[in-house]
Write a protein that binds this ligand. Structure first.
Ligand code: SAH
Length: 283
């Protein structure tokens, strides 16, 4: 499989799920076991990388961290993927949540097609589905909501004013990715356009992980309770009548300590190499 120029490599664009390592699919886990190289995002459980990956595989962090620097440029990721595949390797490009939701999969697909590198796409549990399930919020509960919208508001010009008006009026459940730092803006826009008093909001911090915390309230009470609060990344914002169901159906208590589940990249790269060495020497 490795190191032969004549043998065609392959890239598996695989989802790791939102946090809980058991939320990865069997298909992705199976590919990790036979991978030569794993190119991983930051929001992938450490346990997946240390326990599920072929001990002989090279694991490389190519994470991005919105607004916090320390990011791997997309061209570098594309180039690594291409080079390893053209060396005949089985490359798993592992992404947090699902592979296609708010990700750069399109750039990667274009590079693969351009270089006629074979690939597969393995879907996964996106953060909206994982976090909602672990918070006891059925996203389209009968009688509460008939649709879900996956949105983002990481910068203010991304949602025009007419659309805010529609979002304030709709009965659809709204899920905002990459928007924990702008949640005060989401609340004030929705209130400005007259969102109903029956709408609640939840911020789910580090959903499905052992560090999960849910902060929820009526949308009109949110500012008084949580304005300026700094939510730990990654956090997801859910707005809708369905959020009221959290109180009744939450099955997981908030973590007793507030700590970061996904470690910063620099720390991780060292850790992984260290743990994998330990793993190999035990084998
Ligand atoms: N492809 C990913 C999303 C990548 S964008 C997916 O399908 O889930 C990154 C954003 O996803 C974060 O800013 C956050 O809003 C959300 N997210 C990812 N994992 C999360 C988690 N465990 N808990 C809460 N939000 C999460």
């Amino acid at each position: 499989m490795s190191n032969t120029n004549n043998i065609q490599g392959k890239v598996i664009l695989a989802a790791a799920g939102p946090g809980d390592p058991e939320l990865i699919t069997m298909k992705a886990a199976r590919y990790l076991q036979s991978a030569d190289v794993v190119l991983t995002d930051r929001l992938v459980s450490h346990e997946i990388l240390t326990q599920y990956v072929n001990p002989a595989a090279e694991v490389i962090y190519v994470g991005k961290q919105c607004r916090r620097g320390n990011s791997t440029p997309q061209e570098t990721i594309n180039e690594l993927m291409r080079q390893f595949a053209q060396q005949g390797k089985l490359v798993v490009r592992l992404k947090g949540g699902d592979v296609s939701i708010f990700s750069n999969i399109l750039d990667e697909l274009q590079v693969l097609v351009q270089h006629t590198i074979p690939y597969e796409i393995v879907p996964g549990v996106t953060a909206a589905l994982g976090a909602a399930a672990y918070a006891g919020i059925p996203l389209t509960a009968r009688g509460y909501s008939t649709a879900v919208r996956l949105l983002t508001y990481y910068k203010s010009d991304i949602v025009p004013d007419q659309y805010w008006e529609e979002l304030a009026k709709t009965s659809d459940t709204l899920v905002f990715y990459m928007s924990a730092e702008t949640v005060d803006g989401i609340v004030s826009k929705l209130i400005r356009y007259g969102i109903g008093k029956d709408r609640h909001i939840a911020v789910i911090e580090q959903g499905t992980t052992t560090a999960q915390q849910v902060y929820s309230s009526g949308i009109y009470d949110f500012t008084g309770r949580f304005e300026g609060y700094s939510f730990i990344s990654p956090s997801l914002v859910i707005v809708g009548r369905v959020v009221t169901l959290h109180e009744q159906f939450a099955w997981l208590a908030n973590a007793s300590v507030r700590e970061q589940y996904f470690k910063p990249m620099a720390l991780l790269q060292n850790n992984i190499n260290h743990n994998k060495k330990a793993h190999v020497s035990r084998a």
